[in-house]
Design a protein around this ligand. Structure first.
Ligand code: MN3
Length: 238
C-alpha cells in the first residue's frame, strides 16, 4: 500500500510540475531571467481560454510568436550576461533587436501568467479591489479606462496596469516596450497587461480590438494580479 501511495504522489508531482512552475512566477523571477532564454509551456491547456481567446490564437501566439522572441533574443544577446531587469534599466543603450525581443519575451511570459480559465482565479481578492477602487473609483471605471488606453495605442503594443511610487496607473507602450524600461515615460511594476498586437486577436476578432478587450476580462487571473500587486509594493523605485 505504501508503495502505491508513493507511486501516486510521484505521478501527482510530475503532473503538477508545469502548473507549479507557472503559479510560482513572480516579478522577481521574471526580472532575473538571463541567457540562454527558454520558452516555458503555457500554464494551462491552449483551449481553456476559449470564452475569450480561441485555441489557434493561443497556440500560434505561444509556440510561434513567443518562441520567435526567445530565439531571436538568444541570437542577439551576444555576451551580455545581465538579467532582463539589468537590460531593461539600460534599454536606451541596447540594440533594437535586444529591445524588441527582450521585451517580447518578458511581456509574453507575464501575459500568460495573468490569464486563466479557472473560475477560482477570476474572483478579485478584496485587497486588490480596494486598491483599484482607491485609484479609479470603481472596477468598472478602471476597466473602461484600461480598454480606452488599449484602443488608443496606435498599431502594435501593450496596455498595462502598473504600480508606481504613488499608486496604480494605466500606461500603454508601443511594440514590445514595457513600463520597466528606461525608454518608457511613466515607469512602474506591471501587475496586469493586455497584448494589443493584431496577432493576439485577429483570428477571432479581425479588426475589432474593442471586442477583444471587452472579452479579455473573462479570462483575467485576478489571483495572480493580486500577487503581483502585493509584490510590487515591496520592490524598489524604477
Ligand atoms: Mn503577442
Amino acid at each position: 500500500m505504501k508503495i502505491i501511495n508513493l507511486f501516486l504522489v510521484s505521478i501527482a508531482t510530475i503532473i503538477a510540475l508545469p502548473t507549479l512552475a507557472a503559479t510560482d512566477l513572480t516579478l522577481k523571477s521574471l526580472n532575473e531571467l538571463k541567457a540562454p532564454f527558454t520558452l516555458a509551456p503555457l500554464p494551462y491547456p491552449a483551449n481553456s481560454l476559449e470564452v475569450a481567446f480561441d485555441e489557434l490564437t493561443m497556440t500560434t501566439h505561444h509556440s510561434k510568436h513567443h518562441q520567435a522572441y526567445v530565439d531571436n533574443l538568444n541570437k542577439n544577446i551576444g555576451d551580455n550576461k545581465g538579467t532582463l531587469l539589468d537590460i531593461f534599466k539600460n534599454m536606451s543603450k541596447q540594440t533594437p533587436a535586444v529591445r524588441n525581443n527582450g521585451g517580447g519575451h518578458w511581456n509574453h511570459a507575464f501575459f500568460w501568467s495573468i490569464l486563466s480559465g479557472n473560475k477560482n482565479d477570476q474572483t478579485i481578492p478584496k485587497k486588490l479591489l480596494k486598491d483599484i477602487e482607491t485609484q479609479f473609483k470603481s472596477l468598472e471605471n478602471f476597466q473602461a479606462e484600461f480598454e480606452k488606453a488599449g484602443l488608443a495605442q496606435f498599431g502594435s503594443g501593450w496596455v498595462w496596469l502598473i504600480r508606481t511610487q504613488t499608486g496604480l496607473a494605466i500606461v500603454a507602450t508601443p511594440y514590445q516596450d514595457n513600463p520597466i524600461m528606461d525608454v518608457t515615460a511613466t515607469r512602474g511594476w506591471p501587475i496586469l497587461a493586455a497584448d494589443v498586437w493584431e496577432h493576439a486577436y485577429y483570428i477571432r476578432y479581425q479588426n475589432r480590438r474593442a471586442d477583444y478587450l471587452k472579452n479579455y476580462w473573462k479570462v483575467v487571473n485576478w489571483r495572480m494580479v493580486d500577487r503581483y500587486n502585493e509584490e510590487a509594493k515591496a520592490l524598489p523605485k524604477l
